[in-house]
Ligand binder design. Structure first.
Ligand code: ATP
Ligand code: MG
Length: 416
């Protein structure tokens, strides 16, 4: 029986039509099909992320075809036969059909192919090897992709051990897809293969690893997949420093029950050591981007101490000192690490304060200090800091006049 997902809006945008028309002008009708996440997610009524297209045209032919139609073709992954077609700003990953011929476990060496079934054989999981024509007609060369997708079964195409030996990253992709689409008991063979071959993850290029890990962590319910990753020893291979999942589970719990968000980076923060020096080292070994590293380091700071019973005044002081982002992160992490649900409303109060209160600017500058008679030099900063401390102690007093009076008193008391 032929299955169809129907012609969906994302298939008929002017950009998608332009790309398919361009490819078909060269390769004839049916030379290009949608594949991967866009087909899988549509089948499962989930939003789609990016659009992948498989084609019988070689990368050179596809490039020529796209350019002849006035579209851009960017060679984004030549080594595995992928170019990115850009139509009116919208990107489409166009990959030539291929079969794996050899591998070093890091990167499959591929040969191009004209055979859709062969192409399906080199894809990772059956639910990722479903193709759709431009009218939505589905092709399922493995014969089980559609059923597996609907049942939430993440099944390797072919022998799990062999497929992981070809590309170690498939271990992490297995847990990623499990977190997003898995239902019921995970496939025992796949799980056993991930466990048996977990050593292949050690010392691998961290960029690919962290990309998959962050995708896993952004799933709405990543706890079961993470627990399995830990039990199979896979987590220990990519994050040897991760001691347990207690704080992680605590965070996902409050995110799903209280905050209604899934913050992959904050979830990552619960898995790394909770001091600033070790987290910087962990960030290095995982090759985290500077943005993520800086956020984690800021979130790990120990002073000022965050507690559910902090007064509004102490909270404002903390927000002023570390900034609202780090304050919010620290509150969520402390909340995740605490087991007292009775304090939930207090934690929420702290987050609300962080959201609603913006620290006022300190009213004095170095010029004011010099005006008060302090000679230029290091003393200016010292005086300024002392008055700032006083101003914070007085809960950010909104009164420049009082600040100047305090400044005069401090300046007079200083020995120059
Ligand atoms: P997403 O919704 O996150 O984009 P996706 O399934 O489209 O999910 P991609 O990483 O975009 O995932 O890859 C597109 C397709 O390419 C996959 O569906 C799969 O068929 C194939 N693929 C990607 N990476 C691998 C891999 N390491 N081994 C085998 N096949 C892969
Ligand atoms: Mg994709």
């Amino acid at each position: 029986m032929t299955e169809t997902i129907g012609q969906r809006p994302w298939m008929t945008t002017p950009q998608a039509v332009a790309v398919l028309d361009a490819l078909e002008a060269k390769g004839g009708p049916g030379c290009a099909r949608f594949v991967g996440g866009c087909v899988r997610n549509t089948l499962l009524n989930r939003p789609i992320d990016d659009i992948d297209i498989a084609t019988t045209l070689t990368p050179d032919e596809a490039t020529a075809a796209l350019e002849a139609a006035g579209l851009k073709a960017v060679p984004t992954g030549v080594e595995h036969g992928t170019i990115t077609a850009v139509a009116d700003g919208a990107p489409f990953e166009v990959t030539t059909l291929r079969r794996d011929v050899s591998t070093d476990g890091r990167r499959a060496v591929v040969a191009f192919s004209l055979d859709w079934a062969e192409d399906a054989q080199r894809r990772d999981f059956t639910l990722n090897a479903i193709y759709a024509d431009r009218d939505g007609t589905l092709f399922d060369p493995t014969g089980q992709g559609i059923a597996d997708a609907r049942a939430g079964r993440i099944i390797f195409v072919g022998d799990a051990m062999t497929r992981i030996r070809e590309d170690y990253l498939r271990i992490l992709r297995f847990f990623r897809f499990l977190a997003w689409y898995g239902k019921g008991e995970p496939d025992a063979k796949a799980l056993a293969a991930c466990k048996a071959l977990r050593d292949t993850l050690s010392g691998r290029p961290a960029e690919r690893t962290i990309k998959e890990l962050l995708k896993l962590l952004s799933a709405e319910e990543p706890r079961p997949a993470m627990t399995l990753m830990r039990e199979t020893g896979v987590l220990g291979k990519i994050m040897p420093f991760c001691k347990d999942l207690d704080q992680f589970n605590g965070l996902v719990e409050i995110e799903t029950s209280q905050l209604f968000e899934n913050d992959a980076v904050l979830r990552l923060a619960t898995l790394v050591p909770d001091d600033q020096v070790s987290v910087a080292k962990a960030a290095e070994s995982l090759r985290l981007s500077n943005d993520i590293r800086d956020r984690l380091v800021a979130a790990m700071g120990k002073t000022p101490r965050i507690a559910s019973w902090m007064s509004p005044r102490e909270s404002r002081r903390a927000v002023y000192q570390v900034g609202v982002r780090a304050f919010t992160d620290r509150v969520k992490l402390a909340w995740a690490g605490s087991r007292r649900t009775a304090a939930n409303h207090q934690w929420r109060g702290l987050l609300a304060l962080g959201e609603s209160w913006a620290p006022p600017p300190f009213p004095l500058t170095g010029d004011d200090v010099i005006h008060a008679g302090v000679p230029k030099g290091p003393m200016v900063g010292e005086v300024l800091r002392e008055v700032e401390d006083w101003w914070i102690d007085h809960d950010f007093l909104d009164d420049k006049f009082s600040a100047i009076e305090k400044l005069k008193a401090v300046a007079q008391g200083m020995a120059y």
